[in-house]
Design a binder for this molecule. Structure first.
Ligand SMILES: [Cu+2]
Length: 147
């Protein structure tokens, strides 16, 4: 009886310690500096920029994106073909193991199309990023005057 209580206490402490460790270890996917430029009255679409960091040992892809307040939201890449900039839809964007992808002007971005409400400077846009490993990440995109 005494022995089993001790076993119980020890296993409880191990469980507690493993929980603490889980909390302090970095997130699998980290989103840094998520932002859009403050729209004007004529803005039809917003480019969402951020850094996506993959802290795991495995390749993970960003496969979808959702946000309220727009007609459509897509993953885009701006490419330069024969001196012309063009945006193309991407089904997925690969985030290398222990690596990062910078979403920025002239490269990968989230395309928020058809603004259905007003977005003011300093405001936040809740966005859900969906990854190939099944995790869904809620991120606040900050509306900024300069990006
Ligand atoms: Cu675009």
């Amino acid at each position: 009886m005494y022995k089993s209580l001790r076993t119980f206490v020890i296993s409880f402490m191990i469980l507690l310690l493993s929980q603490i460790q889980a909390c302090s270890s970095p997130e699998k996917i980290e989103i840094i500096d998520a932002r859009v430029r403050t729209p004007t009255s004529v803005t039809k679409a917003l480019g969402g920029f951020m850094i996506v960091k993959n802290n795991t040992q495995n390749l993970i892809s960003l496969v979808d994106v959702k946000a309220e307040g727009f007609k459509q939201v897509m993953l885009h890449e701006t490419i330069n073909k024969d001196g012309m900039h063009r945006m193309e839809h991407r089904e997925k964007i690969l985030i290398p193991a222990k690596g990062k992808v910078i979403f920025q002007h002239g490269s990968y971005h989230i395309m928020f199309m058809g603004l259905l409400k007003e977005f003011k400077s300093g405001g936040k846009i809740p966005v859900t990023l969906i990854f190939s490993d099944g995790q869904e990440k809620r991120v606040q995109f900050i509306v900024k005057d300069s990006v």
